[in-house]
Design a protein. Structure first.
Length: 131
């Protein structure tokens, strides 16, 4: 699978990717105005490459979301990480760090014409107050 991280801007996107099978990675900039970005993703689809694209939540990317849906490429939209509050579920103590992070996928209702899955990031903490 080709995993692409996309720093999306209205006129351009900066992407970095890694091939999860070969470990090959690279980065580049794709312009929207001349169709370079659309051609890049359409070429991946034509080659039969399995692709996942991750972007931070943005309100100006609806056409980009439609392209990816049309090409049947997976899109991950992530919230920006802020000040996460870690709390022990056993005693309620606030903790500074997690020893493990994992994700749980929950299928949600469609958003416009897109099938949606909410990915919830969960943390495991070691609390000195709980055995």
């Amino acid at each position: 699978m080709l995993i692409i991280g996309c720093d999306y801007h209205p006129s351009v996107q900066h992407i970095a990717w890694i091939d999860s099978e070969t470990g090959e990675c690279s980065e580049r900039q794709l312009r929207h105005s001349d169709g370079e970005a659309e051609k890049f993703y359409r070429d991946l689809k034509a080659k039969g490459v399995k692709v996942g694209v991750g972007i931070e939540a943005t309100g100006h990317a609806r056409w980009f979301e439609r392209w990816l849906a049309e090409l049947e490429l997976k899109l991950w939209v992530r919230r920006k990480r802020g000040n996460r509050k870690l709390v022990c579920s056993g005693c309620g103590r606030k903790l500074a760090e997690a020893y493990d992070t994992y994700e749980r996928e929950v299928r949600d209702l469609p958003c416009f014409e897109f099938r949606t899955t909410v990915v919830v990031e969960l943390y495991r903490v070691r609390c000195p107050g709980v055995d």
